[in-house]
Ligand binder design. Structure first.
Ligand SMILES: *[C@@H]1O[C@H](CO)[C@@H](O)[C@H](O)[C@H]1NC(C)=O
Ligand SMILES: *[C@@H]1O[C@H](CO)[C@@H](O)[C@H](O)[C@H]1NC(C)=O
Ligand SMILES: *[C@@H]1O[C@H](CO)[C@@H](O)[C@H](O)[C@H]1NC(C)=O
Ligand SMILES: *[C@@H]1O[C@H](CO)[C@@H](O)[C@H](O)[C@H]1NC(C)=O
Ligand SMILES: *[C@@H]1O[C@H](CO)[C@@H](O)[C@H](O)[C@H]1NC(C)=O
Ligand SMILES: *[C@@H]1O[C@H](CO)[C@@H](O)[C@H](O)[C@H]1NC(C)=O
Ligand SMILES: *[C@@H]1O[C@H](CO)[C@@H](O)[C@H](O)[C@H]1NC(C)=O
Length: 466
């Protein structure tokens, strides 16, 4: 009875795939900016292109070759690019391209060789290329040519040198041949560069190692979604321990990043990504630390010794007079972040194990406290920097176990609250200075805005390619 249910559930979960924790949306504004940069890039490199040789026969026995064809001048009107919803792809179209080229001609008729140069103009070329975007089995973005069409409007050619007069009667015929040959070579050229692009996409990493123990997984979770005005990519966005891909006991929830057509791109970052980092650190026992007296910052009015603890635990200085103490602080559960409109909440269920440090170095266990706190944080962008602040919402201290007899935790809780607030005040000064937005040598984010929503952070930005 149960088995078919499980099978059905598995099928459903396979069919739906997993929810992406990171969503990237490229808007039409971003697409047009990308195209503009791309067109400039192509224009700069057109001079470097060599066109294919053209050869054939005239008058049955004269073999001719047109070779070393170089572009001397190029009129490259900016192409148009649009999202193509029907096949989830892009439609790129250039019209009115014209190029002037120069090259050499040679003829062979038996043993007689001749040669010279030629100038040629190719007018009004139209090229349309439709590419389909997809996803391969490893979660790479893939691109394939779905349709290509090229048309050459007209060709003009002039021959110089040698017995170039010989070509005169055949110029019309040659023009037709050249036009056909160029027309036939454009789409294979376009398709070759798409295959080349696909090769680069396949070679891209979809996971990034962080140190020797952790990895951040960013494959696509589903097919790219394209509508008339945007391209949306869903990415996994999950942290793992390299030594074992254990899934956390919570899942990425679906979310929808609001459309921001005024920005080039939007990124939605689910609380799941942060919580998967939290889970991985917790599982690796990294959410723990030992605090000793020498680590207490001077602005905190406290000392980690048994006499300082006297007001809170009266019996302690009597049982262990004049001893320094150490505190082992650790998370009892995975700390969980929850993103809510305008605010991020963090719940931390921690514990403190206190020890007295004997003169011979032995640490004698004293007591265990459960310390549960909730925090609210805000993040925002100002002056091109990411800034933040954290406040303490609630802190409760309860006694877990004790080797020194029972004691009241109320005043201790009160002091810990005050201490925590002092620490957060210092932290907020640093967070108020902020950190610069991520950028690379080649690209920089500008006009970036950030909003906290239910379950995710939405970041919208323009970019400048340098
Ligand atoms: C691609 O775009 C061009 C220019 O906007 C348009 O003429 C052509 O019909 C489009 N092709 C497809 C297949 O939509
Ligand atoms: C075209 O460029 C190639 C490579 O730079 C050069 O070898 C060739 O001579 C050029 N052809 C003409 C006709 O200038
Ligand atoms: C891709 O990942 C591999 C293995 O983690 C690493 O060696 C390589 O440098 C990465 N490549 C890039 C371009 O980041
Ligand atoms: C990675 O994990 C191993 C054992 O799990 C640990 O010994 C090592 O210190 C860790 N490395 C880092 C850089 O944390
Ligand atoms: C213990 O703390 C008190 C303050 O309560 C301080 O005056 C004293 O010097 C400290 N003793 C040691 C050994 O650090
Ligand atoms: C260290 O001192 C404590 C208290 O005086 C004692 O109970 C313990 O046995 C000593 N440990 C060692 C290893 O000497
Ligand atoms: C603080 O936590 C305690 C215990 O969990 C709870 O009873 C109390 O309502 C909380 N206070 C606030 C302001 O959230």
């Amino acid at each position: 009875m149960l088995r078919p249910v499980i099978v059905v559930l598995m099928l459903v979960s396979f069919a739906c795939g997993e929810n992406p924790a990171i969503q990237v949306t490229l808007t039409n504004k971003g697409l047009q900016y990308g195209k503009h940069v791309g067109a400039g890039w192509i224009q700069e490199r057109l001079d470097l292109i060599t066109l294919p040789d053209i050869s054939g026969t005239i008058l049955r026995y004269i073999h001719y070759t047109l070779s070393g064809v170089n572009i001397t001048k190029c009129d490259f009107p900016e192409p148009s690019v649009e999202f193509y919803q029907d096949i989830a792809g892009l439609n790129t179209s250039s019209s009115g391209l014209s190029v002037a080229v120069t090259g050499r001609w040679t003829t062979h008729a038996g043993l007689i060789h001749d040669g010279g140069s030629f100038d040629m103009a190719i007018f009004n070329m139209d090229v349309t290329s439709v590419v389909k975007l997809g996803k391969d089995a490893d979660g790479h973005l893939s691109v394939t040519s779905a349709h290509c069409e090229a048309r050459v409007g007209d060709v003009d050619v002039r021959f110089q040198g040698g017995a170039s007069w010989m070509f005169k009667p055949f110029v019309e015929y040659l023009k037709g041949r050249i036009k056909d040959k160029i027309e036939a070579s454009i789409c294979p050229g376009v398709e070759k560069s798409i295959v080349n692009l696909e090769y680069h996409l396949q070679a891209m990493n979809v996971s990034f190692d962080l140190g020797e123990n952790f990895t951040f997984d960013l494959p696509l979770t589903g097919m790219p979604v394209i509508d008339a005005s945007s391209l949306n990519l869903g990415l996994k966005g999950e942290f793992y321990n390299i030594k074992g891909h254990t899934e956390p006991p919570f899942e990425a929830q679906p979310f929808t990043v609001p459309e921001q057509p005024g920005y080039m791109l939007s990124v939605g970052l689910s609380e799941f990504t942060l919580n998967s980092a939290s889970y991985v650190l917790y599982k690796a026992d990294l959410l723990q630390t030992v605090i000793t007296d020498s680590m207490i910052p001077p602005y905190l009015p406290m000392h980690l010794n048994t006499s300082w603890m006297g007001p809170y635990i009266p019996q302690l200085p009597k049982m262990f007079p004049g001893l320094l103490m150490s505190l082992q602080v650790y998370a009892r559960k995975v700390p969980m972040f929850s993103f809510q409109p305008g605010v991020v909440k963090l719940g931390f269920e921690g514990a403190v194990k206190a020890f007295a440090i004997q003169p011979n170095g032995t640490e004698t266990p004293l007591f265990n406290l459960n310390v549960d706190s909730t925090h609210s944080g805000k993040v925002w962008i100002a002056g091109g920097r990411l800034k933040g602040s954290v406040t303490l919402d609630n802190l409760t201290v309860t006694l877990g176990s004790s080797e020194v007899g029972t004691f009241q935790t109320d005043t201790l809780e009160h002091s810990m609250k005050a201490g925590m607030m002092l620490v957060l005040a210092k932290l907020n000064v640093e967070m108020g200075k902020g950190v610069g937005l991520p950028g690379t040598k080649h690209a920089q984010l500008v006009n970036t805005v950030l909003g906290m929503e239910e379950g995710f952070i939405a970041i919208s930005s323009d970019a400048v390619l340098l």
